[in-house]
Design a protein around this ligand. Structure first.
Ligand code: HEM
Length: 177
């Protein structure tokens, strides 16, 4: 089978996570947001990440779209320290799905993959898959400091399907797109 990397085609995830959280961090005196390891900021200010070859440990009955990149947020003299890596979109047979990513919370926190959102509907319009209403799971709430409630909305997620990959697998995607 030919992988996305070999064929030169892949998907691009575009997501702001939760804009109000990003605006809050940006407004802190020492607030910082950083993108690295494959993540970039697109022309609309969203995080953009390219797809990554599917790892072997994902379930077979779901379609899993895997992306590579790291986003981190800092503030309040280091008390606010959240690092998010490599989001996966798990699409289930019923049209819904979940979002998981590797979370590191706090300066000494461990890293682990958590399901941070779930959704009832993913709409495909031409080459774009739109997840309009990803809702926070309790792990998603915990990831952002237990401020929101389970069921609260993250920002919409947009995935551009099968776009031509102009750069090598290990290079960050171009910015702006
Ligand atoms: C010194 C510790 C902290 C203080 C004094 C603090 C203070 C505040 C204040 C005053 C707000 C309301 C801001 C507004 O409405 O404009 C807020 C919102 C918020 N804080 Fe913190 N915070 C602290 C730590 C944290 C940590 C560790 C997190 C976890 C990542 C966090 C996540 C949030 C979130 C998600 C919001 C809501 C942002 C929104 O959507 O409007 N905070 N915080």
């Amino acid at each position: 089978m030919t992988s996305d990397h070999e064929s030169g085609f892949g998907h691009v995830l575009r997501w702001s996570l939760r804009s109000s959280f990003r605006e809050y961090v940006a407004a802190l005196q020492d607030g910082e947001e950083e993108v690295r390891e494959g993540a970039a900021i697109d022309h609309e200010g969203r995080f953009a990440m390219h797809s990554d070859p599917a790892p072997g440990d994902t379930p077979n009955d779901d379609l899993v779209l895997t992306f590579r990149g790291t986003v981190s947020f800092r503030g309040h003299g280091g008390i606010l320290a959240v690092e998010l890596e490599n989001p996966w979109i798990h699409l289930s047979q019923d049209g819904g799905g979940t979002v998981s990513l590797v979370v590191r919370q706090g300066l000494r926190g461990g890293r682990r993959r958590s399901v941070i959102a779930s959704f009832d509907e993913a709409r495909r319009v031409h080459d774009v898959l739109l997840i309009g209403q990803p809702r926070m799971t309790s792990a998603g709430v915990a990831m952002l400091g237990d401020v929101y409630q389970p069921g609260d909305l993250f920002d919409p997620i947009e995935i551009q399907m099968n776009v031509m990959r102009e750069h090598g697998a290990n290079e960050p995607p171009p910015s702006p797109f």
